[in-house]
Write a protein that binds this ligand. Structure first.
Ligand SMILES: Nc1ncnc2c1ncn2[C@@H]1O[C@H](COP(=O)(O)OP(=O)(O)OP(=O)(O)O)[C@@H](O)[C@H]1O
Ligand code: SF4
Ligand SMILES: [Mg+2]
Length: 325
């Protein structure tokens, strides 16, 4: 694989769920991810933002093949993994890991944290055995800012930030290349968030990690991401280098999201755009551009009629909107 070939590449991914409309309603297909293409280069962080329910977690899980796409393809390290069986996926899984939002829910409360990290090694048959493995676990705990002697403690004895450190130790234990971090800090105290974000950043530099970083907080995404993708109702509506997206957001939805963020920088004044209404149900997406019922720029007969394709309006900056240019 050449250096600039993407490490992760998704093409036209679609992930659907069969759900019931209401308690006794008929079954229907919910398109949680509806035709997403993205690529992430080695060592890069792609930030993924969008309101609750727009499909960020589903996309992250699909890219890792924790969910099966109904359409489209996923390549990892240049190899198509869309159709690999679970057993064929095993060696690939080691190189793709996930860090979860709620570190407490994702750690077995009956296991000591040393055992939790060791289990990750065991599953993949790495890290030796006995003393060798224990040393490795202790080194991992230290690497994420915990003490070696904390290996014998249980998750409930740790603070939220420390538990997330355990989750990170478990993820990096198997020496992955790619990590999906799904809102890894949103359950944490604001005072702790920066520490975890900086840890992720340090680990990226040290280990050459590649991240898909999902978050609500646009400031943190800007700090951590090289490029950012904005999702709305299962689709990417804008994707750009971080500087381009934050400096010149083009899609009305991105502008609205960003205008809700307080910016102390007078060089980048923003008119406040308030997003009206809720995200529509992906079970009944609006016609045309699915953002049109909430879009301050929407034009009747255009935006409600046809779904806008992604167009590259600046180098590496793509936008799905009929009206911006
Ligand atoms: N297992 C499931 N079964 C049915 N519907 C699901 C399932 N998982 C997610 N969905 C639906 O798919 C859509 C996308 O959900 P997803 O969790 O991916 O959004 P999200 O962007 O991660 O939201 P949040 O910011 O709240 O985490 C939502 O409408 C959600 O209700
Ligand atoms: S296509 Fe129309 S409705 Fe959609 S974002 Fe652009 S202006 Fe708004
Ligand atoms: Mg989510």
């Amino acid at each position: 694989m050449s250096d600039d070939a993407p490490l992760v590449e998704a093409r036209g991914l679609r992930t659907t769920f069969r759900v019931r409309r209401g308690m006794f309603g008929a079954e229907a297909t919910l398109r949680a991810v509806d035709g997403v293409s993205l690529s992430i280069r080695a060592g890069e962080t792609l930030g993924l933002v969008g309101e609750s329910g727009c499909g960020k977690s589903t996309l992250g899980r699909t890219v890792l093949r924790l969910l099966d796409p109904s359409d489209g393809s996923i390549a990892f390290e240049g190899r198509d993994i869309t159709k690999l069986s679970q057993s064929a996926l095993r060696p690939v899984r080691r190189r793709m890991q996930m860090i979860f939002q709620d570190p407490y829910a994702s750690l077995n409360p009956r296991m000591r944290v040393g055992e939790i990290v060791a289990e990750a090694l065991e599953i993949h048959g790495i890290g030796g055995a006995g003393r060798e493995r224990a040393d490795r676990v202790e080194a991992l705990l230290q690497r994420v800012g915990l003490r070696a002697d904390q290996a014998s403690r249980y998750p409930h004895e740790f603070s939220g930030g420390q538990r997330q450190r355990v989750g990170i130790a478990r993820a990096i234990a198997v020496e992955p290349r790619f990590i999906v971090a799904d809102e890894p800090i949103s359950a944490l105290d604001v005072s702790i968030q920066a520490q975890i974000v900086n840890l992720l950043k340090d680990l990226q530099e040290e280990l050459g990690l590649t991240y898909l970083f999902v978050a609500h907080d646009l400031k943190i995404v800007e700090y951590l991401s090289h490029r950012v993708a904005v999702m709305y109702l299962g689709r990417v509506v804008e994707q750009a280098p971080a500087a381009g997206l934050y400096g010149e957001p083009l899609h009305p939805y991105t502008r609205a999201l960003l205008s809700a963020v307080p910016v102390p920088d007078p060089a980048r004044p923003r008119r406040r755009l308030v997003l009206s209404g809720d995200v529509p149900s992906p079970l009944d997406p609006p016609s045309g551009c699915t953002f049109h019922p909430r879009c301050p720029m929407a034009k009747k007969g255009v935006c409600d009629a046809e779904s806008p394709a992604l167009r590259e309006l600046r180098p590496g900056h793509v936008v799905a909107c009929h009206l911006v240019d």
